[in-house]
Structure formats: structure tokens, C-alpha cells
Unconditional design. Structure first.
Length: 82
């Protein structure tokens, strides 16, 4: 088990994506030793999850689902506006 550095909660989507792209590039080059590759892969997985969470949070801030009287979703509207 490795000592994985946590991803800072305040890391922006753009910065996380840039780090993730660097990791992918390093792994694709095939130049990293096995242990480093494993550590990079683990960090990449954490960055991917962080990016997904940031996108989901942004999506929830931008829109909310509008539910009709039948309980079925009928569209979306900007969050905070009714």
C-alpha cells in the first residue's frame, strides 16, 4: 500500500485536469518505472474522481430538474430560479 497524497478539495477543475493530462502523458511514454507508474495511475484515478465531482457540483449549480405533476422529469431550468 502506498502513501497517497490526498487531492486538495480546493483544487480547481482546470488544475486537476492539467495534472491528469501530465500523468497520462507520462504513462503513455512508457518511460516511468513500474512503481512510479503504479503511483501515477493511483493519483490519476484520484484526480479523475475529483474532476468528476467538480463537474457534478457545477452541473447542480447550473440547472435543476423540473418534475411534472406525474412525477416524471419534464426538463431542466436554471438553479435558483423558479
Amino acid at each position: 500500500m502506498t502513501d497517497a497524497a490526498p487531492i486538495p478539495a480546493d483544487l480547481s477543475f482546470e488544475d486537476a485536469l492539467q495534472r491528469l493530462e501530465g500523468i497520462v502523458s507520462r504513462l503513455e511514454s512508457g518511460q516511468a518505472p513500474l512503481e512510479e507508474s503504479i503511483a501515477l495511475y493511483e493519483e490519476g484515478a484520484r484526480l479523475k474522481a475529483h474532476c468528476e465531482n467538480r463537474l457534478k457540483a457545477a452541473q447542480l449549480r447550473v440547472e435543476k430538474i423540473v418534475v411534472g405533476p406525474d412525477g416524471q422529469a419534464k426538463g431542466v431550468e436554471p438553479a435558483g430560479f423558479s
